[in-house]
Design a protein around this ligand. Structure first.
Ligand code: PEP
Length: 251
C-alpha cells in the first residue's frame, strides 16, 4: 500500500507573516490526518519561520527548487543543505514553471534531483506535457523523455526518496483538471517507465502525485484511481480550509 502524499506548492505567494498564519491555521485542521503524508512548500524567505511554526506537527516542509552546489558564487540560488538547515525535509524539482519560465532543462533537473537526494532531501519530481504536445500526439514521448532523462543515474535506493508528480501543464492554474481517467492513464504509463528502469518492486513502491487544479470537490474521485497516490496542489493550497478538505479526501 502506498501512503498518499498531499503537498501544497505556495509558489511566489504569501509574505512571511501570511505564510506562518496559513501554517498555523492548517495545523489543527489536519492534526488527525494520519493516513496521509502532508508537505507544504513556502517561498525561500518564509521557509525558516514556517518550519518553526510546524515543528512537531504532522506537516513537513519543502523547498520549491534546489541548486546543484552546496555554497559559493551562485547568485540567487539556494542549496539543498540550506533548505535542510531551514527545516526542510523535501524539495520540489522540475516544476513546469521552472521548466517553461526559467528554462530548466532535463539535464539540469537530473543534476538537481541527484544532488538534492545526495544531500539528504526527499524530492517531488515533476513531469507533464503542454497542451500542444498532448494535442499533437506527443504526450507519451514527452513524459518518457522527462522520466528517463530526469531519473538517469539514480539507484533503486535513491528512488525510495522520490515522488513523481504528474502535472499536465494545461491543467496548472487553469481551473481545468485532467479527468480521473486521463490522470490514471498517464500514471500507469509513468509507472511502466519506472518498471523498465528500476524493476517491478520500485515501480510498485513509487508514489505518483497528480497536480493541476485539484480542489476539494475533485480530489476524492482522482484519488480513487489506483495509480493516483496523492496531489501537488497550487492555488487551493493557499487557503487552510480548502487544502485541509483536499487532505481529508485522502483519509
Ligand atoms: C502546481 O503548480 O503544482 C499546481 C498544480 O497548481 P494548481 O493547483 O493551481 O493548478
Amino acid at each position: 500500500m502506498r501512503k498518499p502524499i498531499i503537498a501544497g506548492n505556495w509558489k511566489m505567494n504569501l509574505k512571511v507573516a501570511e505564510a506562518v498564519a496559513l501554517a498555523e491555521a492548517l495545523k489543527p485542521l489536519v492534526a488527525d490526518a494520519a493516513a496521509v503524508e502532508i508537505v507544504v512548500c513556502p517561498t525561500y524567505v518564509s521557509l525558516y519561520s514556517v518550519a518553526k511554526a510546524l515543528a512537531g506537527s504532522n506537516i513537513a516542509v519543502g523547498g520549491q527548487d534546489a541548486y546543484v552546489k552546496e555554497s559559493g558564487a551562485y547568485t540567487a540560488a539556494i542549496s539543498p543543505q540550506m533548505l535542510a538547515d531551514a527545516g526542510c525535509t523535501w524539495t520540489i524539482i522540475g516544476h513546469s514553471e521552472r521548466r517553461h519560465i526559467f528554462g530548466d532543462t532535463d539535464t539540469l533537473l537530473n543534476e538537481k534531483l541527484r544532488f538534492a537526494l545526495a544531500s539528504g532531501l526527499k524530492v517531488m519530481f515533476c513531469i507533464g506535457e503542454l497542451l500542444e504536445e498532448r494535442k499533437s500526439g506527443k504526450m507519451e514521448d514527452v513524459i518518457k523523455r522527462q522520466v528517463v532523462e530526469g531519473l538517469k543515474g539514480l539507484s533503486s535506493a535513491d528512488l525510495a526518496n522520490v515522488v513523481l508528480a504528474y502535472e499536465p501543464v494545461w491543467a496548472i492554474g487553469t481551473g481545468e483538471t485532467a479527468s480521473p481517467e486521463q490522470a490514471e492513464e498517464v500514471h500507469v504509463f509513468t509507472r511502466a517507465l519506472v518498471r523498465d528502469m528500476f524493476g517491478a518492486d520500485a515501480a510498485e513502491a513509487i508514489r505518483i502525485q497528480y497536480g493541476g487544479s485539484v480542489k476539494a470537490d475533485n480530489a476524492a474521485e482522482l484519488l480513487a484511481k489506483p495509480n493516483v497516490d496523492g496531489f501537488l496542489v497550487g492555488g487551493a493550497a493557499l487557503k487552510a480550509d480548502s487544502f485541509a478538505a483536499i487532505i481529508k479526501a485522502g483519509c
